[in-house]
Write a protein that binds this ligand. Structure first.
Ligand code: SF4
Length: 332
């Protein structure tokens, strides 16, 4: 089967929206510290860096919502395998970076009973291109084929057979969707389009919700390690005013992932990324709230929204990596 990951992306967005509201209310009503800003969790390049470099200080800020790749792993290895009569499934994802291999290999995503990983193998775009080249196949010469819809719920066939986009960024649109949901849920504001302002550089953009001169929500998108380092330093000095930051390790985000197909002769990486952004922009937009299959999966599989099963299956945890002692620093 070849399946599209929009369902997992939608669930990841819905869970992130709810997680943000929980964190916001915990801060505002209960005065709980170290839960805002909520930092995005879908980029393993960023998560591994945070675990290794900043450890226990920064980890509480990172959303516990799993990335779309790992939510897809849970859907395939739990729900779909079960509905296929508990058949073993080998699950491969196609991803834009090598870091997604590290994510799939995390202990947290290994079923200890069956010794089966939620994602067995990650192939990057560049590796896929190399495989096709090795076999002398050009993607342009192949016919389109149908994407499987193996969701085992009502409305299964109503899902779009075409590729769709999430608005806001080429990295999943987390800042956009969470901002609009929070504006409505917390302040009753219905916002259709967000206007981001570039700050230090185009890879650090900010968007505000203001009322009567007061900033109600301050969100940002921070792409690339230069911006991530600045953000972390501000957080450590207690100078970050953000409520949410969509953090992505690659400059320009996932459309410019480290293992995306390389540009051909005469085209720069910047030009290729712009082309990809325009192509992605031209896709029809999808709305997680209106995805009937997602709604049915919550009802049939997950025991409803905000259930214990949702927490167990759709959320994860992070682990600070102990720094190896430097031989020069050991006091004998
Ligand atoms: S930003 Fe880069 S490293 Fe992070 S998930 Fe996207 S492609 Fe992978």
């Amino acid at each position: 089967m070849v399946v599209d990951m929009t369902i997992a992306e939608d669930i990841s967005l819905l869970e992130s929206q709810k997680e943000f509201i929980r964190r916001y209310r915990a801060t505002e009503s209960d005065g709980i510290k170290n839960v805002l800003p909520m930092l995005a969790s879908s980029c393993p390049g960023w998560v591994c860096y945070a675990e290794k470099t900043h450890g226990s200080y920064i980890l509480p800020y990172i959303a516990t919502t799993k990335s779309p790749q790992q939510i897809m792993g849970s859907i395939i290895k739990n729900w779909i395998a079960h509905n296929l009569g508990d058949r073993p499934i080998y699950h491969i994802t196609v991803m834009p970076c090598y870091d997604k291999k590290l994510e799939a290999a995390r202990e947290d995503f290994l079923n200890k009973e069956t010794q089966s990983r939620d994602v067995d193998c990650v192939i990057t775009a560049i590796e896929l291109e190399q495989m096709l080249e090795k076999d002398g196949i050009s993607l342009d010469s192949l016919d389109n084929s149908t994407i499987s819809q193996p969701w085992f719920v009502k409305g299964n066939n109503e899902i779009s057979p075409f590729l769709t986009k999430h608005v806001g960024s080429g990295s999943g649109g987390y800042a956009d969707y969470i901002f609009k949901y929070a504006a409505e849920e917390l302040f009753g504001e219905d916002i259709e389009n967000l206007e981001y302002k570039s700050l230090r550089n185009p890879d650090f953009r900010e968007v505000l919700l203001q009322k009567e001169g007061k900033v109600l929500l301050r969100f940002a998108i921070a792409n690339g390690f230069r911006n991530i380092q600045n953000l972390v330093q501000k957080l450590k000095r207690g100078k970050s005013q953000y409520h949410y930051v969509e953090v992505m390790a690659c400059p320009s985000g996932c459309l410019n992932g480290g293992a995306q197909v390389r540009p051909g002769d005469g085209i720069t990486i910047k030009e290729l990324t712009t082309r990809l952004e325009n192509l992605y922009e031209s896709l029809p937009c999808t709305s997680p709230e209106e995805n009937k299959v997602v709604k049915e999966l919550y009802d049939s599989w997950l025991g409803g929204q905000e259930s214990d099963k949702c927490n167990a299956i759709l959320h994860t945890q992070y682990h600070a990596v102990e720094k190896a002692p430097n031989a020069l620093n050991i006091k004998w």
